[in-house]
Design a protein around this ligand. Structure first.
Ligand SMILES: [Zn+2]
Length: 239
C-alpha cells in the first residue's frame, strides 16, 4: 500500500507525466528493396505523394534509416525517463514504411501533445548544419496547429543547437528553420509537429558526427530538452 503510494507520487512528480510524444524515425531499412510498396501514391494532404522514400546515407554507407531509428530510440528512452508516454511510428529497421500518411496518423491517434520526425539530410557535400521544418497554416489541415508547430520548431531549434553545438544549416532554410507545405507527414498531423534534419549525411564533418554513438546520445538529450521545454509551456493543445 505504502509502496504503491510512493510509486504513484514518484510518477506524478516526473515533469512530463501525462504528456504524450510521437516520435517518427524517417524511412525504414527495407524500403530500398520494396520500390512498388514505397512508390505507391498516398495523400499528402493537398496532393498525392509517394508512400515513403529510401532516405540517404553517409559516403561510408551508414544509412539514414538506421540513424533515425537509433536517435529516436534514445530520445524515447530520455522522454520516458522524464515521465512521458511515447509512441513510435516504427520500432525496427527491417520493415517497409509506414507511409507518410500513416506516420502522421499514429501521432494523431495517440493524441500526442507534440510530434517530431527525425531525419538527416542528403544535401550538397559543401553544406553543413541542421534545420527544423514545419508546415504553414493550410486550411482544413494544419491551420489549427500551425502556430504551435512553429513554436515547437523554434524551441527545438534553440535547444538542439545549444545541446549539440551543431550549426544551423548553411545551405537551406533561414536560421535553422524552414517552412514547407509539401511534406505529408506534417500536413496530415492534427497535433503540433516538426521535422528535424539533424545534419547533412553528405558532408564529411556532419557524417562523422552522425556516425558517432556518443554524439547521437547527445542529440537525443538535446531533443528531449527541447520537447520538454515546449510541453511544459503549452497551455492548450492546438494553441
Ligand atoms: Zn529523410
Amino acid at each position: 500500500m505504502l509502496a504503491a503510494l510512493v510509486t504513484a507520487l514518484t510518477v506524478a512528480v516526473l515533469p512530463l507525466h501525462g504528456k504524450t510524444v510521437a516520435i517518427d524515425p524517417g524511412h525504414n531499412g527495407a524500403n530500398w528493396s520494396h520500390p512498388a510498396a514505397i512508390n505507391r501514391l498516398v495523400s499528402a494532404g493537398t496532393f498525392q505523394k509517394a508512400c515513403d522514400t529510401t532516405g540517404t546515407a553517409t559516403n561510408s554507407g551508414y544509412s539514414e534509416a538506421a540513424y533515425t531509428l537509433d536517435v529516436a530510440t534514445r530520445l524515447a528512452a530520455d522522454l520516458r525517463a522524464l515521465g512521458a508516454r511515447v509512441v513510435l511510428t516504427r520500432a525496427t529497421n527491417t520493415g517497409v514504411g509506414p507511409c507518410i500518411n500513416e506516420r502522421a496518423a499514429i501521432g494523431n491517434r495517440a493524441h500526442a501533445d507534440a510530434a517530431i520526425s527525425i531525419h538527416a539530410d542528403g544535401g550538397p557535400a559543401s553544406g553543413r548544419g541542421f534545420h527544423v521544418i514545419y508546415a504553414p497554416p493550410i486550411p482544413h489541415l494544419t491551420a489549427p496547429t500551425a502556430a504551435a508547430s512553429a513554436r515547437l520548431a523554434r524551441i527545438v531549434r534553440n535547444d538542439f543547437r545549444a545541446g549539440t553545438n551543431e550549426p544551423v544549416a548553411n545551405y537551406v532554410g533561414h536560421g535553422g528553420l524552414n517552412v514547407r507545405s509539401d511534406l505529408g507527414g506534417l500536413n496530415l498531423s492534427t497535433v503540433p509537429k516538426v521535422l528535424i534534419e539533424t545534419g547533412n549525411m553528405r558532408n564529411a564533418t556532419d557524417a562523422a558526427l552522425l556516425s558517432s554513438r556518443s554524439y547521437r546520445a547527445r542529440e537525443a538529450r538535446a531533443l528531449a530538452i527541447g520537447l520538454k521545454n515546449y510541453l511544459l509551456t503549452t497551455v492548450h493543445k492546438g494553441q
